[in-house]
Each structure stands twice: as C-alpha cells, then as structure tokens.
Design a protein around this ligand. Structure first.
Ligand SMILES: [Zn+2]
Length: 353
C-alpha cells in the first residue's frame, strides 16, 4: 500500500442543499466514520489533513471574478444558482473548502508527499468557468488541474471522470487545452443529465483529441467498465504519460443509486480506483482521487471506500446490500460498438495500443 493523504474538513458539511434534495452533507462524516470502522484512520500509512478554504486567487485560476461575485451576491440573498443548485453563505463557504481540499490533495501528490491524495467532497464537475448547476458551484477538479500546471509546473495532467453523469463543466473548461487529457466515462447523455458528453466531442484547436467521451448505455455494468478501462483508459494513459492523474466521480454509477441507470457493483467501482493507480504507477506519478456523488444514503460511503481501496490496492470491505444485476449481452455488444466508435473518432490523435 502507498502513503495516502485523506483531505477532509468538517466544514464541508455546509455543502448541503436541504431536506428533500438528493445531495445532503451527512455523506461526509459517514464516510469518515466508515474509514474509522475499517481501521484506516489508525493505519500509519494513512494521514488526515485539513484544507484551507480557497480564496478568490485560487478560484480565479478557472472562474472569472465576475462569476465569483455573482455566486457571492446570490448566496447572500439565497437565490439559487440553477433549479437544482440552491445557494446560501454556508454552501459557498463549504464550496471554497472543497476547492481548497482538492487543491491540497493535488499539491501533496505533486510534491511527492503522498501517492494518493483523497479529497473528500471533491469532484464538482458540472461547474464551468462562468456557470454552475448540477449541484456544483465551483469546479474543484479544474482548479486542482490548473493549479498543478501553473503552480507546480506540470505539463500533462490526465483527468479520469467516472461519475455516472458526464463532466460537462470540466470538458468545457479544458476543451482547447492539450495539457489536460480529459477522459469521461458516463451514462449516455441522451438518457441523463447534463445532456452532453458525446463521442463526437473530442476537443478543439490545440485541444483536439484531448477530450474523450465514452457514453455507456443504461444497464452497463462491471464488464462494460472493464472494457472501457482496458481498451480506452489504459492505452491512453500509456501514450499520454501523465505527470498526475485526477480521478473524480463517486457512487452514482452503482446499481442501487437512484439518479443513474448504470449497474456497477462496489467491485466495479474498486476496479476504477485500481486502474487509475496502476496507470499512475506506470507513469511514475500519483493519483488525486475526488469523491462527492452518490444518491442512495445506504451505499454512498461504501462506494467511495470501494474507489479508495481500489486506488490503494487494498481489499474492498464494502458488501452489497442486494444481489447485483448483470449486464445483458446486448448492452455488452452495444458497449463494444461504442468503444470502437470512440477509437475511430480519435484515431488521428491516439494509437490505443
Ligand atoms: Zn453524478
């Protein structure tokens, strides 16, 4: 096992959208107590660090000042950012802490202080430079990546977004940037929020070929994910030679999650964490791992732990609460077709060896 830094601040509990909203903040302390239950907090190889809230200077690596002011102004008057994303002063304060946490996780990995920097609450990938929504106020994934480039001199950062929803905000932000290879595997956006993240969206200008969208059909499970990891993610990581890998996305691809229609198991989530850390090991770099999503309170923390233990190469202690369904042959065939299509769209940029 590699040295792991878990970046956590109790203050992120302010990132709570209220009763009836699928994003409640009890997920954060629940995850920390699950780590404790399984002995990870007493493990000498695991440290827990507290981040500082991100100031404007850090946010401005990605977000223009006008957007930050708009968020602050709205939050003071409790005016939502979008239909699904309420704002309040405590939500914005917690959002700044989450960004600070993801940046710290990145810093620890970039300086070699940790092999795995696990940012609890990170992965707010639906926020673009000038917009928020989809429960995301500031894009901590993008701020983390940009900070690795601008403040630590990295030239190649790979982002693996394995959330059930496509990472539209992160995609938009880096669409013309060849320093960030953005790979998003998600449920077909014709069938789920945010309605974008299609195979044809491969980046533009200098960034052409550096955005990779792999939209899986509803009903895709562990075997489909394995196919993506083997045929798309691993070869790309091998060719790109990242100096850091940021993996984001929580439990929402799990079969018991209410917001998505993918049917991954905890073991399937584990394989994603494992693939990210294996690719990092081959490239000689570390992994920043960011988890916030998951909309079944009974599985969210266990799913994050699956991703983390996968990255650590530790046995996964999470136990399914129901027998997992299995992808149909038709869904597997469709996934093979999609992966072939992804490679065809990118063949002038990558060899996929
Ligand atoms: Zn999601």
């Amino acid at each position: 096992m590699e040295p792991v830094a878990v970046v956590y601040h109790e203050g992120i509990s302010g990132y709570d959208f209220g009763p009836g909203h699928p994003f409640r903040s009890d997920r954060f302390p629940k995850f920390m107590s699950l780590l404790e239950t399984h002995g990870f907090l007493n493990d000498p190889r695991v440290s827990v660090l507290e981040p500082e809230p991100a100031g404007d200077e850090l946010l401005e690596l990605i977000h223009p000042e006008s957007y930050i002011r708009e968020v602050e102004n709205r939050s003071g008057h409790y005016i939502p950012l979008s239909g699904d994303t309420p704002l309040s002063p405590s939500i914005v304060e917690a959002a700044r802490l989450i960004v600070g946490g993801s940046v710290l996780a990145g810093e620890l990995v970039a300086t070699g202080a940790a092999e795995i920097g696990f940012g609890v609450g990170g992965g707010l990938h639906h926020a673009g430079r000038r917009y928020g929504g989809g429960f995301c106020v500031f894009n901590d994934v993008a701020v983390c990546a940009q900070s690795l480039i601008e403040r630590h001199g990295l030239e190649r950062v790979l982002i693996l977004d394995s959330d059930v929803h496509a990472g539209n905000g992160t995609m938009d932000i880096f669409y013309e940037d060849s320093r960030i290879l953005f790979v998003s595997v998600h449920q077909n956006p014709l069938t789920i929020y945010p309605g974008t993240g299609f195979i044809e969206q491969i980046g533009e200008g200098k960034g052409a070929g550096f955005t990779v969208n792999v939209p899986l059909p509803p009903g895709a499970g562990d075997r489909c994910m394995a196919l993506f990891l083997e045929e798309v993610f691993k070869p790309l990581a091998c060719e790109f030679k990242p100096q850091a890998i940021i993996r984001n996305g929580g439990t929402d691809p799990h079969f018991m999650d209410g917001l998505g229609s993918l049917i991954l198991t905890f073991q399937g989530l584990w394989t994603i964490g494992k693939a990210a850390s294996q690719a990092a090991e081959e490239a000689g770099c570390g992994v920043v791992d960011l988890c916030c999503s998951g909309y079944n309170p009974a599985t969210v923390a266990e799913g994050w732990l699956s991703l983390l233990t996968g990255a650590m190469g530790e046995e996964n202690p999470s136990v399914e609460l129901a027998p997992p369904p299995i992808s149909s042959e038709a869904v597997l065939k469709e996934t093979e077709r999609i992966i072939g299509d992804v490679k065809r769209h990118l063949r002038e940029y990558w060899e996929f060896r």
